[in-house]
Design a protein around this ligand. Sequence first.
Ligand SMILES: [Mg+2]
Length: 282
Amino acid sequence: MGGASMGRSGVAVQGIAALDIALWDLKARRAGLPLAKLLGAHRDSVDVYNTSGGYLSMPIKEVLENIDLARARGVGGIKLKVGSPDPSIDLKRVEAVREHLGDDVPLMVDANQQWDRITATRVGRVLENFNLTWIEEPLDAYDAEGHAALAATLDTPIATGEMLTSVGEHAVLIEAGSSDFVQPDAPRVGGITPFLRIAALADHKGRGLAPHFVMEIHVHLSAAYPRTAWVEHFEWLEPMFNERLELKDGRMIIPNRAGLGLSLSEQAAAWTAESAVFGSGA
Ligand SMILES: [Mg+2]
């Protein structure tokens, strides 16, 4: 399917990812192990952060309220969106959030590729004062050289990789020294099999791991990563499953159920079919 004629990225690869992830889930179920344990877990829980509705359009008062709700739920780290047309607005918001959190709570910012190299360097220098855990996607997702220069310039760690769609694309950025935290997205890169290749490259180069989105899969993959690893908390997919991932003291607990540890909710199950026939059948 897909790869040969449609290229090694995009919708064909995301189609393959669904099958790849289902097969890993099945393999772990057959072994009677949570996926993290099948892969060789290094921990029983993973540091968890979320964006708490800290989006650019949200007034700071609401951002701070959302942060308190997230922290009360057991989320450990807080990520704030930056990349406003006027960087001084970003800096004021970061300052307000850092003051609200105190010095010890992990805080990250995410620019979603909004800066050019000069802006990223200038804003990044000011951000050094806030003890950030990382600055995410400061530049265009494919600008390996720019990210590497920024990572060399700043003490604050750089994170990037959520937009990349293959092992090869990740390899280019990892080899270039583009980031301190590598951020693959298993469904986007073609599933757990390619994700593990990216993780092996990142480990070899001594990088941290902070996968993008889909905590239901990534909690297992981050638990099985030998170095610093985070998981990103998102409620968005929760209606699809009967189970809920447990948060405690700033960490997400690896479910002790076999496989991914998930079963489809009635709502999601209604979208599935027992079997399907492709082509005309003639
Ligand atoms: Mg991001």
